[in-house]
Design a protein around this ligand. Structure first.
Ligand SMILES: Nc1ncnc2c1ncn2[C@@H]1O[C@H](COP(=O)(O)OP(=O)(O)O)[C@@H](O)[C@H]1O
Ligand SMILES: [Mg+2]
Length: 424
């Protein structure tokens, strides 16, 4: 820390205490994980980045799996810190090229790990990339991270380099746990770890003194055991009763021509929830659903959403959440063939049960669908017993998938059992 005498004067009160020591910590691999709203992103994506770039000598690459989610997440997060600190006159943000340049020439660059071409060629105007921040690192594949690390360490410059992972500890069988935590014999009671190579900092909402009491209430009132463990306490997740086990991931990129029997759905969202739409093909004979594209994005107005849907689905029918007839109408006005789902009594559990009877194959690029399918679970009581109620979280694409297959599942409903819940 001694060689880092800051030229930027800063009031330490703007940082959460747990993170402050990391402002000038140069450990090459830094892991910031834990519960939600613990201040990970504000510090690691926002504050430290701006601080370093203003001081000069460091260029950042901020990345996450899906490039098109960057604009509405990490990019805005950084703009917010620039505004909060009143240093707007020092920065030139370019939203179309996704780069923020400081008046000293140092830069913050952005790219999705799914944009391999851009990643290969991305270079700052001055010097080299010294820092990589991987937001929501649990979304990423190990291979892409290895590739990133190789790039970072490649240069011969003498400045210390860092790669940072930020995430919620969604599943203990994740490669991040296997690669970085298992060999440490990591325990959920540990808060910090330090070696020359790696640092780990676990935080929860309790480490973030900027939260409102409403935020705190929301986290403390979580009734589902898994969500409480992971998002409130920041402990490594162990899933109890996952709903879908009948799915696998494949590379479907060469099969699009065969996908002629399409079923598409849409779940509306705007600020905190994403608009979510899977593109799928149904092989009815083999009861196999192929999910080969997805839209999953927050902050889209209906005309913007319409443009995205037309790009992805063309003139295909899209079955939408019936709770928003006005939005369906607006999509129609923009030439999207959107219709409203019928829903009806017990449609959620019935739709789920029908989907459970299919084989679901998800393209490897549909990360959000994979996440939702792996996390969607039955509600558990405090004792960990499953209840016949799905947890209404992380289910935007899954809801849309239910709408997409409503006709198929309802046809089944009318011709088969009287009471589809005999299992319960
Ligand atoms: N240093 C800070 N100064 C002001 N507000 C903060 C600070 N750190 C966190 N916050 C507030 O807490 C919220 C949650 O923090 P965030 O970094 O997004 O959490 P995480 O990434 O751990 O989920 C932010 O949206 C912001 O309102
Ligand atoms: Mg975050």
């Amino acid at each position: 820390m001694t060689n880092m005498a800051p030229t930027v004067e800063i009031d330490t009160a703007i940082f959460n205490d747990a993170y402050y020591p990391y402002l000038s910590d140069m450990t090459p691999l830094q892991i910031f994980y834990g519960g939600s709203s613990s201040g990970k992103s504000v510090f690691t994506v926002g504050q430290r980045t701006i601080f370093d770039v203003m001081q000069g000598g460091r260029n950042y690459l901020i990345t996450r799996q899906v490039g098109r989610t960057i604009r509405n997440s990490v990019f805005n997060e950084i703009l917010k810190v620039i505004a909060d600190w009143g240093v707007g006159s020092l920065f030139n943000p370019n939203k179309s090229d996704m780069v923020i340049t400081c008046s000293n020439g140092y830069q913050i660059l952005f790219a999705g790990l799914d944009d391999t071409e851009k990643l290969k060629s991305i270079t700052p105007a001055k010097g080299v990339i010294t820092d990589i921040v991987v937001e929501e690192a649990t979304e990423c594949e190990l291979a892409s991270i290895k590739q990133l690390e190789k790039r970072l360490r490649g240069g011969s410059e003498s400045v210390p380099k860092r790669i940072n992972f930020l995430f919620n500890p969604i599943l203990q069988n994740h490669w991040i746990y296997k690669n970085y935590f298992a060999m440490l014999g990591w325990s959920d009671t540990q808060k910090e770890y330090h070696s020359d190579e790696i640092s780990i900092l676990k935080t929860t909402y309790k480490d973030n003194r900027f939260l409102t009491s409403q935020d705190v209430q929301r986290l403390e009132n979580e009734t589902d055991k898994y969500y409480y463990d992971v998002y409130t306490l920041g402990n490594w997740g162990v899933l109890g009763q996952v709903i879908f086990k009948n799915w696998k991931v494949e590379d479907l990129s060469q099969m699009h021509d065969q996908f002629t029997d399409r079923r598409n759905g849409l779940d509306f969202g705007f600020s905190s929830d994403p608009a979510a739409s899977p593109r799928t093909h149904y092989d009815k004979k083999h009861k196999t659903i192929y999910i080969y594209d997805e839209l999953y994005e927050t902050g889209l107005t209906n005309p913007q959403l319409a443009a995205r849907l037309l790009e992805m689905h063309g003139k295909d029918r899209i079955v939408c959440d019936s709770a928003e007839p006005k939005s369906v109408k607006e999509l129609n006005d923009c030439k999207v063939f959107a219709t409203s789902a019928k829903k009806g009594k017990d449609s959620v559990n019935f739709g789920i049960q029908w989907l459970q009877q299919q084989t679901i194959i998800v393209d490897k690029k549909c990360i959000n669908m994979q996440n939702e399918l792996s996390m969607y679970k039955w509600k558990e009581d405090a004792g960990g017993n499953a209840l016949p109620i799905p947890v209404d979280k992380n289910n935007h694409l899954i809801e849309a998938l239910r709408y997409a297959y409503e006709d198929d599942s309802l046809a089944n409903y009318l011709t088969t059992v009287e009471d589809p819940f005999t299992d319960w």
